[in-house]
Design a protein around this ligand. Structure first.
Ligand SMILES: Cc1ncc(COP(=O)(O)O)c(C=O)c1O
Length: 396
């Protein structure tokens, strides 16, 4: 991909020059002191982004690895799992659980309005024997840009007094959306490197609560590569399941330093502002009736926005034109949204002028493809960017 493309796929995202430069260094001994110091800095930095004091493990793997690590370390064959899925990735994690012999039930939420918290409370109440051992939740469902309110999920569990572990996929919300592992009583936070952390694909993470660590001692699923007890020494990661990916750690160290310099709160605010600007633009386009925002504003993600074509197809062609003629790489639809929707990622490394350029490129593409759109979208986006950022919706 050439440098001058506006790359708005919801992962992997743009890698800052500073991070790429950090990775252009000679290799060092992955068992030596210098590397251990880098790992320690990275573990502390990821913990800060997760807002946790609990142990963090970093794996050479994609997000799927973090999913699998959580399942095999915590559960035994036949354990019951409840998944609050609202789409493609939520379903995917539940399918993973089934492949390991867990009894995973999906409490399907609405793709456009999110989790049904009342139905969740009822499902927990109905589990009088406390058979459910884990709740799987996707913080940001990347396929649609719908968020789940993790604090509320925890409140529902506490109101019923249900002891299941709370496992949260933060793969596309990490570093983009407000997330508080400790304050919200999250047992497992599973993230990955290639989205809000602005890094290459290849690292994934889990934050692990004390309760989860305790449960992992009883769990009976087989595990080797993912075995936490082989990686943790006195609650801190000291070992890797094989050779540590030194260069990815160089990059992670740099991206975490960039995050610390900008400040996590400022970064989250920037993401909310950019998301609001994209939604303002799409809302303006939608007045002509041919494109629409896919999810309800109350659950809209600060990381990615899905746009649906009301004609029911043509999104892949639109994406191809956007890239070939206007150098804008958009994300495609997933699952049953393939060819019906395209996605504009606004996560990670991005600045306001780039975002406005992307929206202009989408407009030029729609004009070329004969898709009608309301005028004034760029002005709507620009004035939204200039306005004070809206307050946090989902957080306390
Ligand atoms: C919410 C979510 N979960 C899981 C995954 C899978 O992660 P990976 O592709 O890193 O394995 C993705 C990837 O886009 C995602 O967005």
């Amino acid at each position: 991909m050439s440098e001058d493309v506006f790359f708005q796929n919801p992962g992997p995202t743009n890698i800052p020059f500073r991070v790429m430069e950090a990775m252009r260094r000679p290799v060092i001994d992955f068992r030596g002191t210098a590397f251990r110091e880098i790992v320690a800095e990275c573990i502390d930095g990821v913990g800060k982004v997760l807002r946790t004091q609990d142990p963090v493990i970093i794996y050479p793997a994609t997000g799927h690895g973090a999913w699998e690590a959580a399942l095999v370390n915590l559960f035994s064959p036949g354990d019951e799992i409840l998944s609050l899925s609202i789409g493609y990735f939520g379903n995917g994690w539940a399918q993973y659980a089934k492949q390991f012999g867990l009894k995973a039930t999906i409490l399907q939420g609405h793709p456009q309005t999110g989790v049904d918290y009342e139905a969740f409370a009822e499902a927990l109440k109905a589990d009088g024997g406390r058979a459910i051992k884990g709740i799987l939740v996707t913080h940001c469902e990347t396929s649609t840009g719908a968020m789940t309110d993790i604090k509320r999920v925890r409140e529902v569990m506490d109101s019923v007094g249900h002891p299941a572990l709370l496992l949260v996929d933060i793969i596309s919300s990490l570093g983009c959306a407000d997330f508080r592992m400790d304050d919200w009583g999250v047992d497992i936070a599973a993230g990955a490197s290639q989205k809000g952390l602005m890094l290459a694909t290849g690292l994934s993470f889990t934050g692990i609560s004390a309760k989860a660590l305790e449960q992992s001692k009883q769990a009976k699923l087989p595990r080797a590569y993912w075995n936490w007890s082989a990686m943790l020494v006195d609650g801190r990661q000291q070992n890797f399941p094989g050779t540590a990916p030194v260069h990815l750690f160089y990059g992670l160290q740099e991206s975490l330093r960039m995050i610390a310099e900008e400040g996590l709160d400022a970064i989250l605010q920037r993401h909310r502002s950019y998301a609001a600007a994209v939604r303002a633009a799409v809302a303006t386009w939608s007045t002509a009736g041919q494109v629409q925002l896919y999810v309800a504003p109350e659950v809209a993600s600060p990381a990615v926005t899905a746009v649906i074509l009301t004609q029911g197809s043509g999104a892949e062609r639109l994406r191809a034109t956007a890239l070939a003629d206007y150098k804008v790489q958009l994300g495609g639809g997933l699952g049953d949204l393939v060819d019906r929707s395209f996605r504009i990622a606004h996560m990670g490394k991005l600045h306001a002028s780039q975002l406005l350029g992307v929206l202009a490129g989408v407009e030029m593409t729609m004009a070329q493809e004969g898709i009608a759109f309301g005028s004034g979208a760029l002005e709507a986006a620009r004035s939204t960017l200039a306005a004070p950022t809206e307050p946090l919706r989902l957080a306390s």
